[in-house]
Design a protein around this ligand. Structure first.
Ligand code: SF4
Length: 449
């Protein structure tokens, strides 16, 4: 019996692609191994968006080299953002790797598998979408662990923000046909999946390259009518590309969760310009005002970079005061990390010392912890709908529609269920509560708070 182990680092897109690779391997009759050491085939799904992630990837490749010396039959496959178009150079650096394939390049994986005599293609259906069967198969197995699944709907990015490596590694935007996605989601819902998250590096661009020019709002409308599906999420938005039509769709469709990821990246106009983000701070604020006018209870997350080349103390203060003013539910903050090949790497010196970056990062984190603490404390005593995703150390956990993480203890079998939880403890990062009367589950599909 051939056993495989998939190691994944990075964004949700990587997680989704790992799900799909697992689907192909499952369909070929392979079994999941508990660790690298137990595996005959290892897949590394890599991220190089920051130097720290790249270091972990390189460290893991070094570890596998040692493992392969001991077990020469170990097959090592590498995908994700480490794999650029110069695979020859990567092959030279990592001769112990058997296959390097670009993110989402499943035909390359299949061709390699066939060369090895794997039953990788024969087990997959030819239409309407080979990818569907792969993910559906995987999710069959996954139902023992989670009722939620990620679904890539658009690959690549056309934006070229000056600090970002993604467009160089994942290429230009390519949307999946809408019929294909709708078919896949119907299948998944039929198998018991309750929540889907549609993924794209810039999800707002979905459909511009399709012959029918359908967009994300059209797709949400279609998916909202699928019986058995309880929740729809999507990420990541770009403030310059999100449309009013999409905001209206989120406001009006009952299965689309009231939570938006809207990365601002900086609170200073000059830094935003150097980042090539395509909007000003005022335009961003106006967008948030519009969203909140239409959906006063919307939960908003953002991403922020500190220590971009040349960022002065005053410019950093602008980011700090934007966070203070916007009152986001979540802020993902990262220190600028120069990425070879990007415009910022070519044009600007990474001249903010590491200590200063760290200090700025902590200031944002501290401020945001206080804000999130206040926002979450308002949920004390409320009843929230939680989709239960798993059990850790005797505690059930899941998320609300507004994406708050909730823990509760109960003897019932809650996996995959929508539970009505009364909140009795809050913190900036999670909520704790107890099961309330859950009769009339259809009811619980509506937002309770
Ligand atoms: S929108 Fe900008 S930050 Fe996001 S993936 Fe594209 S280039 Fe990178």
């Amino acid at each position: 019996m051939v056993r495989y182990f998939i190691w994944t680092i990075g964004c949700q897109m990587n997680k989704a692609e790992s799900q799909r690779i697992a689907g192909y391997l499952d369909a070929a009759g392979y079994q999941v191994a508990a660790s690298f050491a137990d595996a005959d085939l290892v897949v590394l799904n890599t991220c190089v968006v920051r130097q720290s992630a790249e270091n972990k990837v390189l460290g893991t490749l070094g570890l596998l080299k040692g493992l392969k010396n001991k077990h020469p039959n170990l097959q090592i496959l590498v995908t994700g953002c480490l794999v650029n178009s110069n695979t020859q150079e990567l092959k030279r650096r990592f001769p112990h790797v058997n296959l390097l394939f670009k993110p989402g390049d499943y035909p390359e994986l299949i061709a390699w598998g066939q060369e090895q005599g794997m039953l990788i293609e024969q087990r997959l259906p030819r239409c309407p979408s080979t990818a569907l069967k792969a993910s559906a198969h995987y999710n069959d197995a996954r139902m023992t662990s989670s009722p939620c699944v990620y679904i890539p709907i658009i690959q690549g990015c056309d934006n070229f923000c000056s600090y970002c490596i993604v467009p160089y590694r994942r290429g230009r935007e390519v949307s999946r046909p809408m019929d294909d996605i709708v078919y896949e989601v119907k299948e998944l819902a039929r198998q018991g999946i309750k929540e889907i998250t549609l993924l794209g590096q810039n999800v707002d661009s979905y459909g511009h390259d399709l012959p029918e020019h359908t967009d994300l709002a059209d797709l949400l409308n279609e998916l909202n009518s699928i019986d058995d599906l309880a929740r729809i999420r999507f990420l990541t938005n770009h403030p310059k590309d999100i449309s009013l039509k999409l905001i209206d769709a989120v406001a009006s469709l009952n299965k689309v969760c009231g939570h938006l990821e809207l990365p601002v990246q900086a609170g200073d106009d000059d830094i935003l310009k150097a980042m090539i983000r395509g909007y000003t701070v005022e335009q961003y604020k106006e967008l948030v005002r519009t969203i909140r006018r239409k959906m006063p209870k919307i939960s908003l997350s953002t991403d922020l970079i500190v220590g971009f080349p040349g960022e002065t103390e005053e410019q950093f203060e602008h980011s700090l005061s934007l966070v203070n003013e916007m009152r986001f539910d979540v802020v993902h903050v990262a220190a600028y990390s120069p990425r070879p090949g990007t415009l910022a790497w070519r044009e600007y010196q990474d001249n903010i010392p590491g200590e200063v970056k760290k200090e700025r990062l902590h200031k944002i984190e501290e401020l945001q912890a206080a804000i999130a603490g206040e926002i979450n404390s308002q949920l004390q005593g409320k009843e929230l709908e939680v989709l239960v995703e798993g059990n850790k150390a005797g505690k059930w956990f899941g998320h609300t529609r507004s994406n708050k993480l909730v823990f509760f203890e109960d003897a019932g079998a809650w996996l995959g269920q929508l539970a009505r939880i009364g909140i009795d403890k809050t913190s900036p990062w999670s909520l704790v509560g107890k099961v309330k009367n859950n009769q009339g589950k259809e009811d619980a599909w509506k937002e309770i708070v």
